[in-house]
Write a protein that binds this ligand. Sequence first.
Ligand SMILES: Nc1nc2c(ncn2[C@@H]2O[C@H](COP(=O)(O)OP(=O)(O)OP(=O)(O)O)[C@@H](O)[C@H]2O)c(=O)[nH]1
Ligand SMILES: [Mg+2]
Length: 694
Amino acid sequence: MDINRLRNIGISAHIDSGKTTLTERILYYTKRIFAIHEVKGKDGVGATMDSMELEKERGITIASAATYCEWEGHRINIIDTPGHVDFTIEVERALRVMDGAILILCSVGGVQSQSITVDRQMNRYDVPRIAFINKCDRSGANPYKVVDQLRLKLNHNAILMQIPIGLESGFSGVVDLVSMKALYFEGKNGEVVREEEIPAKIIEEAGVKREELLDAVSMFSDDLMEAVFEESVTEDLIYEAVRKGTISRQLTPVFVGSAYKNIGIQAVLDGANRYLPSPGQVENVALDLDDNEREISLSTDSKAPVVALAFKLEVTPYGQLTYLRIYQGAIKKGHDLIITRTGKKIKVGRLVRMHADLMEDLSSAQAGDIVALFGVECRSGDTFTDGDLNYSMSSMFVPEPVISLAVTPEDNKSQHNMSKALNRFTREDPTFRSFVDQESGETIISGMGELHLEVYVERMKREFGAEVLTGMPQVAYREAITRQTLFDYTHKKQTGGAGQYGRVAGFMEASDEGNYEFINQVKGGAIPTEYLPAVNKGFQSCLKKGPTFGFPVLGMKITVNDGKSHSVDSSEMAFTKAAIGAFKQVYKKAKPVLLEPIMKLSVDGPSEFQGNVMGSINQRRGTIISSAEDGAFTAIEAEVPLAEMFGYATTLRSLTQGKAEFAMEFSRYTKVPESLSEALKGNKKKESKGEKKK
Ligand SMILES: Nc1nc2c(ncn2[C@@H]2O[C@H](COP(=O)(O)OP(=O)(O)OP(=O)(O)O)[C@@H](O)[C@H]2O)c(=O)[nH]1
Ligand SMILES: [Mg+2]
């Protein structure tokens, strides 16, 4: 395979914007599937990429799925990602390994809150993108407004490559501003692309928009600029300029269409081939662990030593399926690979290419490709090499869980099945955690939101036969100190044989960074250097559960500046205990406060319900940040404590006759109001008393 003809693209956007519907069309036009099935369609089959039973039932994508197709001599690897923020890790890891992306927008909803989130994720991994304004058949469709929003809200240099022919129910095709032809999509499912002259009534508009296009893209090519002056512009010159602008992420070419009505999809595929980079045109770096983590630029040469990244894994009854992006070299069946993290050698038994939940066997795969290994044990985020290099790829961003739930199995069989399920889910999804609470003995699961946890509980039942009862959802509270406080503590024990002795002194304060910091200012060997890690360890062990509220401690800075040791009785253990003692001694004096997760909330819905929605936010200790009316619709942005938001989906539905939608994502931690934190402290005390009686 010629690497110049390879494309790796992620499809990401706001929930329900039509990612899966678009992917289904792409698979159909590229003859990967032979019938189109709709997301939640009447035939009950469901879209190819939404292969999980729950996805089909609910009509949403939960797990990202990979597939590939061929279009006009190019092979395109595609990952369709979920839109709901609770599954954001799926977007994160897809974008980590993709070379380009299609950002879908709804022609009615425009740039919505999740579009902003996804755009930020694309920026995080420097992913060039093209935009597709979908649903131009819907009433209220206005792709021009969406282009303006791309410019204003996302700061994109967005430029229309096409204009729509008609809109809403009259939407019938697109004008290609490069070829200056009208395109219609005919046949049973829009598979026949018919080219025609531009309809007379929009020819003038097309001319104006083409001028705008040429103006914007000639910035990226002197040849095109010259050709514009000499009136000798060719299609190839435009393609070349748009490609340069797109790959350098200074331009976002915009396409319009309707996936559902089969309009404009082939042009998006052409756009992906023409404007998005091949793996060879993207710079990827690894860290050389033998050279101080120096950044090394990787080459897509298939003869170079192998570097590949495991970006996602699935545990199946037949073994682990590990999704790999190969950055350098080639992987062959039967050859050995080394996992950088463990140094462990593994044999490439089965190498496959994924098509939703099906796999096709391969004998080898080259740099640039996205494949999967079968039956290999590793973690998500592991780097593979062939042993010649000690490289590691940088990790991806993993958000922390903000909500948790107690789960209790109904019987022994369910207990067994539940632990199997949890073992699998926690390995697959780094934003999903489970642990047993030492005090209550309950199993607690935690994740990104109510839907996230609900989906896993449902999957436990369906896929593992684990019937579980769930408790009330709890938010992930944290605590932090607010006042600088000195400590000076001596740990001393004399019991027969060798004693224990260690003294640590210094102060604790809140750190601005929000992270734990340990600062050593010990002079004259008051604490021997070899014991300092033990002191650090002692403090860190206290942060997992703060003594006041029982939640993890955030943002603590500890400075140790004095201490004392004993030539016989001092040990690492003694110093660890001294640190723990010091922490417990003064923590309360440092005025700890309770912190709660604050979420960024956005609600979109008909303006008539604006008052109801705002009322519901105010009732939940929320703060309205903005409210923007756009025609009959209003978009409200607010900040709300997560603790007040349980069941909001139901509330919002009843307040707005089901006509509004909301999205929520973690923003930051802030102090819980005094009255509430006192109550929480009270609960904690009651709980632990109850425990003791049992
Ligand atoms: N009118 C109209 N409806 C569309 C269009 N494209 C998709 N839809 C509908 O919008 C709904 C959501 O489509 P999906 O393809 O599931 O959207 P998605 O972006 O994959 O959604 P998530 O994966 O859950 O984020 C479905 O009911 C589709 O039939 C379109 O072009 N026009
Ligand atoms: Mg989907």
